[in-house]
Structure formats: C-alpha cells, structure tokens
Design a protein around this ligand. Structure first.
Ligand code: SF4
Length: 315
C-alpha cells in the first residue's frame, strides 16, 4: 500500500551532530538492546515491510550500519521491497569500526548507502559535528563507497557556500556513476528553526523553483528536485495543501521509536516528513494491529495536521 516505508533502527550513533537529538538517546538504545526490546521492534519492522511491500525502504537510526547482523537483517527486509533500500550513515566512526562492520549477506544491488553531509567544508564540518576528524570522514566515505552498493549524498540547500562544498566534494571524493547527488532543504531534526535559517532557506527554495540552481560544478550531475517541492508550489498558489502528493497518495509511512519497555515498545508513525514534530500516531508493538495503520491513513483525520505543515514556513 505505501510506496515507501521508513524505519528507525535501534542502534547507538557515534556522531554528535549539533542539529540532531538522536545521539542523546544512545543510553536508552543500549538498554533496549540489552533488554531484547530492540529485537522486538526490528521484528515488527520486518512484519510491516512484509505487509505493505513498499517500493522503497529508508533505514535510519541511530547508526544502523553499526548493528550486529545488519547485512542479514537487510537481506530479510529486501525480500519484500521491490526496488531499493536507502541505508543512512553519518560516516562518523573509527577506522577500526569501519573495517569490522557486519555486512555479510548484504544485498548490494538493492542498497543505496545514503548520507546527508553536515557541511562539506572543514570549518562548517568541525562546528556541525563538534570536532569529528574531517580526514577520517573523507577516508570513511572513500572506503565504504568502494563497496558494490550505490551511493546517495545530499547537500544542504540553505548553506551559503553550497557551490564550494560541491567543488570540494568533486575534488576530494571524485564520485563516479554509482553516486547520486541531490539537495535537501535543511538539517534540523530538533525542529529549532531560527529566523535566519528559515529566511535563507526560503530565498533558496524560491530561487530553485523559479530558476533552478546555476553554476554547479560541471563535472557533477545533481538532482535539483527537493522533497516537498510540489506542496510548496501549491501553497504559493494558495491551495492550502490540496494538491500535495502526500495527501493524495499513500506515498510514505514512517516509524520512529518513541518509548517503551520489554512488554510494549511505542513507535510514532506518520504519513509525511513535513508534519510538525508533535503530530504523529502511536503504535504499540505486541498490542496494536498493522490494520490500524491502514485505517488511520484511510480515515484522513491527519489531513487537519496540514494546517501546520512545516513547508508553509518557506512560502
Ligand atoms: S503536512 Fe500535509 S501538506 Fe504538508 S507535506 Fe505533509 S501531507 Fe503535504
């Protein structure tokens, strides 16, 4: 039913990115692993993927690539995903960790190693990652990119030196045709949108919609379509979200761990990436049925959340 599913694997992350609150859950994630709750949640994700048979699956964390048995787990998931699996990574871990990843049975042809750069510029990088060594980051990208999966790298549209970041990426990584480069509006998972950040993003979005982005480095091919572009255009026309593809088709079901114990873990779920952080449904593993998710999409009560759509900030 859903074209894509997004799951949050319970696995601590070694990165300390400034905009992200997920690493603050590392102790909790470790407890959930020790108590066996993580296994229940991962098993539930497998059931959901079996049920909805999406075209695409997005796997975030934490840092899912560090999970023991990640290759085997993705192999099981891949049997119910028709096209591709996006595996997110921060590339922020030691060389030793990188060389010992548990990638046995990884279905290489279906997996796209996916990364949003905090800033491909040493100064921004140091600030955004709170000091993770830039050389090790580059080395991790190169070594992991040499494995036989495709790669997707996203750059942040509202960075003032985006063009320079792309030039540096081209010269340091030398991406071949197995890389796909694209743009993302901004990186702010904690939802603390500052006025300057919104203004800058808004200007860049409007420019992108009107003229595309000129002057990208010639040696790079970059997809300039951004998620939510149609909804933004609709808001500009004053349609109040009526033409948004997420409202009209079951494009996405996304899960994130909320809280819970060994009896019942609670997962948040929602049908689009742009609802405000407070808007979601709760699914309790071992209690609720997958059918409830289908019903809550069909009842369309969630359409009322579109009045607080985060994309309205850019219009
Ligand atoms: S909040 Fe509503 S209008 Fe905005 S992207 Fe999501 S479904 Fe579309």
């Amino acid at each position: 039913m859903f074209q894509s599913l997004r799951i949050q694997v319970i696995q601590p992350c070694r990165a300390r990115c400034k905009w992200c609150g997920t690493y603050k859950k590392n102790n909790l994630f470790q407890q959930l692993i020790d108590q066996g709750v993580a296994d229940d949640v991962h098993e539930f994700y497998l059931q959901a993927v079996k049920e909805f048979k999406p075209e695409s699956l997005y796997i975030s964390g934490g840092e899912p690539i560090l999970m023991k048995g990640i290759g085997k787990y993705i192999k099981k998931l891949s049997e119910h995903v028709s096209r591709r699996i996006f595996l997110f990574t921060s590339f922020q871990f030691s060389a030793l960790t990188r060389d010992e990843l548990d990638l046995d049975e990884m279905p290489w042809d279906k997996v796209i190693l996916t990364h949003t750069t905090a800033g491909f510029d040493r100064d921004i990088w140091d600030d955004m990652t709170q000091g993770f060594p830039f050389e090790l980051y580059i080395d991790n990208i190169k070594k992991l990119s040499a494995l036989p999966w495709r790669k997707q790298i996203k750059f942040i549209l509202n960075h003032e030196n985006l063009k320079k970041e792309l030039e540096d990426f081209a010269s340091l990584i030398r991406p071949d045709s197995t890389f796909h480069l694209s743009l993302k509006l901004m990186n702010n998972q904690a939802g603390n949108f500052g006025a300057h950040e919104i203004k800058k993003t808004r200007e860049n979005v409007l420019e992108l919609l009107e003229n595309g982005i000129p002057d990208f480095p010639k040696e790079l091919e970059i997809e300039t379509k951004i998620t939510g572009e149609e909804a933004i255009s609709g808001f500009i026309r004053g349609d109040n979200g009526e033409s948004c593809p997420y409202r009209n088709d079951s494009l996405e079901l996304r899960f994130a761990f909320h809280r819970g114990d060994s009896k019942s873990a609670k997962l948040q779920y929602r049908f689009c990436p742009h609802f405000p952080p407070s808007k979601h449904f709760i699914f309790k593993t071992n209690r609720d049925s997958i059918e409830d998710i289908r019903k809550s999409w069909e009842e369309k009560k969630w359409h009322s959340w579109c009045s607080k759509c985060r994309l309205r900030l850019y219009v």
